[in-house]
Design a binder for this molecule. Sequence first.
Ligand code: CA
Length: 389
Amino acid sequence: MRSLLARLPRRPWTAVLTAAVLSASALTVLPASGAETGCRVDYTVNKWADGYTAQIKVTNLGPALDGWRLSWTYTGDQQVTSAWNATVTQTGGSVVATSTSWNGALPTGGAAEFGLQGTWRSADPAPSDFALNGVPCGGDGTTPPTTPPTTPPPTTPPPSADCGSAVICSDFEDQTGSAPSGDWRFTAPDCQGTGTAAVDTAVAHSGSRSLRVDGRAGYCNHAFVAATADLSSVGPVMHVRMWVRHTTALPSAHVTFVSLPDSSQSGRSLRVGGQNGALQWNRESDDATLPAQSPAGVALSRPLPTGSWQCLRFAIDTTAPGLDTWLGDEQIPGLHADGVPTQDIDRQWLARTTPPRPTALRLGWESYGTGDDTLWFDDVAVGSAPIGC
Ligand code: CA
């Protein structure tokens, strides 16, 4: 999935491993290493039998920097396979991480965080020889030069929130009645009960209208509003952006609030919803989840906050089994599938190798037992190019 990784902008992670540490014995957190002058590096690793992810925070203790390059040496047989929020290259045991367009500026005392994923076989000791812009962290008191010793990395501007050219770009302001009309229509797949969906003029992210869904527990209370747009030719990466607001925390039971019928799975849906209190993807055809519903997997997802508008974005690769998910500016680590099966994240998801081909978008509510919620959707967009918040 390197192609998707290369195309998508990476946004900052916040600390993601703390909760996982409490619940998974396989996790190891290394103490901060590094130094008093020049720079400090916190290297936190989550490892399993043959792989690991590392979150790396570099703090600049010297003069302000206009771009940075952090280097270190792996003395084991670690091999980096992917990275986010930095460009990471490895030659033998030597690794270099270069800042991106949005995290290169590091004032004195400022920090940047990035992450990587890799494999290991026989040994994976944590590195200890970090250097920032060529100057060792914890070295002799010298400070790093204020510009990196190599040319700056290529820049990737953040995607625009404008969706004017996208296949779906709806703020629902053109809706005239309470029943969805025009480019949207009510649907209750399988069976209909007490769940409802309507255009709401009391709550909106933009303007004065949004889509409101009153979701009810129980499988036969399906209530969705489907876009009439045919999404079969959106791609090769389908980008989805929506603002969503809801009232009730995601339950422990499985629920769905976005459903994308997938022609590669005979029309069965890719579903976005929740389980164990956190966001998850679920594939209807084989019930695979992303992340795995282990304590470590769930800890790498996020709850969907209640009582405020949230910007939720997806990027679905229709040519490879790749998927990325953002909540606001954060790329959610547990909702990331790529070409490398990762325990607790996408190992189960990647069991099915046929790339997805979503053909439509449905917003609403589907519960499989317990779970009531009231949700609003607004400023919904689907297109072939990244769409920002
Ligand atoms: Ca609106």
